[in-house]
Design a protein around this ligand. Structure first.
Ligand SMILES: *[C@@H]1O[C@H](CO)[C@@H](O)[C@H](O)[C@H]1NC(C)=O
Ligand SMILES: *[C@@H]1O[C@H](CO)[C@@H](O)[C@H](O)[C@H]1NC(C)=O
Ligand SMILES: *[C@@H]1O[C@H](CO)[C@@H](O)[C@H](O)[C@H]1NC(C)=O
Ligand SMILES: *[C@@H]1O[C@H](CO)[C@@H](O)[C@H](O)[C@H]1NC(C)=O
Ligand SMILES: *[C@@H]1O[C@H](CO)[C@@H](O)[C@H](O)[C@H]1NC(C)=O
Length: 275
């Protein structure tokens, strides 16, 4: 082997060593359980307890504990390609020894849909990207939608068909179960939409409960179906009839007095002429 050969083999070995010892990034995220509080009367039964959440973190370090150069962590909602909107903010800090970088995610006015899984993609100069995940979890969060509008009280005329949807959010996901409060009967299981055909006052008016379970516990909320009484149109009709009668009386009385005044004036005119 010539000296040149030896040198070449050595450099190849060295390169090989460098390549195999190249560090990878390790990214890990935290899990936080959101506490729920009961809403005010008429609001969905459970709302997020905080107006501001800054509880999720992702940390990153190099597997060979080398220093991180220009470290960066990008957050996304898992399963979505969208960048996070302006209600989210991030702050990163690099440890003093520059070996550990931590990013904190903050959410202003979180909505139910934000209680979910997040992915964080870590990168640093000369390092391949790596992913980790952080989770916001809670009991099932329950709300109701009628024709796409969130409500907890719905009015209906007798004979009308009604579809109420139970929206279960929170993390992990849960599956809805519908119950009629009147007799506790289960009228839907594993299905968001409850369809009631030709509703009537006696049978369908009342509260309906939607509940769901997940690993964090169970939760339930109520919606009131306000089927109007079949005679509900009577009151407005009576009011209208009374109004019409009062107007008619006023008109008749007014006309009568105008007529009398006219007659009187005529009579006085006659009297003047004969004077
Ligand atoms: C995200 O983007 C990837 C690649 O561009 C695509 O395959 C995937 O369907 C997208 N996912 C969503 C939820 O839009
Ligand atoms: C990096 O820093 C975060 C926050 O200070 C800490 O929770 C995590 O354990 C650290 N990781 C390592 C590998 O030092
Ligand atoms: C979040 O991740 C956990 C664990 O992988 C999974 O059970 C859960 O369904 C995920 N949640 C959502 C909303 O995708
Ligand atoms: C509803 O379905 C779930 C899952 O299939 C089951 O565990 C539960 O017992 C059912 N509830 C009723 C009242 O049938
Ligand atoms: C939730 O769990 C309770 C008790 O384990 C059970 O009675 C109820 O049917 C479950 N509800 C759903 C929606 O699965």
């Amino acid at each position: 082997m010539t000296a040149q050969h030896r040198l070449l083999t050595l450099s190849l070995l060295l390169l090989g060593c460098l390549a195999t010892s190249r560090a990878t990034l390790v990214v890990t995220g935290t899990t936080y359980t959101v506490k729920l509080v009961e809403g005010r009367e008429g609001e969905p039964k459970y709302v997020l307890s905080r107006q501001y959440l800054d509880v999720l973190e992702c940390s990153m370090y190099a597997s060979d504990s080398s220093k991180l150069v220009d470290p960066k962590i990008d957050w996304k909602i898992e399963g979505s390609n969208d960048t996070l909107d302006s209600r989210f903010s991030f702050s990163g800090r690099l440890s003093e020894d520059k070996k550990n970088f931590t990013s904190t995610l903050s959410v202003r006015r979180p909505e139910n849909k934000h209680v979910t899984n997040y992915t964080c993609t870590g990168s640093a100069t000369d390092q391949p990207e790596a992913q980790g995940r952080a989770r916001l979890q809670s009991k099932p969060l329950i709300s109701f939608k009628i024709d796409g509008v969130t409500m907890s009280d719905v009015g209906a005329w007798p004979g009308q068909d009604i579809q109420m949807s139970c929206i279960v959010e929170g993390n992990p996901a849960g599956s809805p179960e519908w119950k009629r409060e009147k007799d506790g009967a289960t009228i839907g299981n594993g299905t968001a939409n409850l369809v009631l055909e030709a509703v009537n006052y006696d049978e369908h008016r009342g509260f309906y409960t939607c509940s769901a379970n997940n690993s964090q516990g169970t939760n339930a909320a109520k919606i009131f179906l306000r089927v109007k009484h079949p005679q509900a149109y009577l009151t407005p009709m009576i009011i209208i009839i009374v109004e019409v009668i009062i107007i008619a009386i006023i008109v008749v009385v007014y006309e009568y007095f105008m007529y009398k005044k006219h007659k009187q004036a005529e009579a006085e005119g006659e009297a003047y002429k004969t004077d």
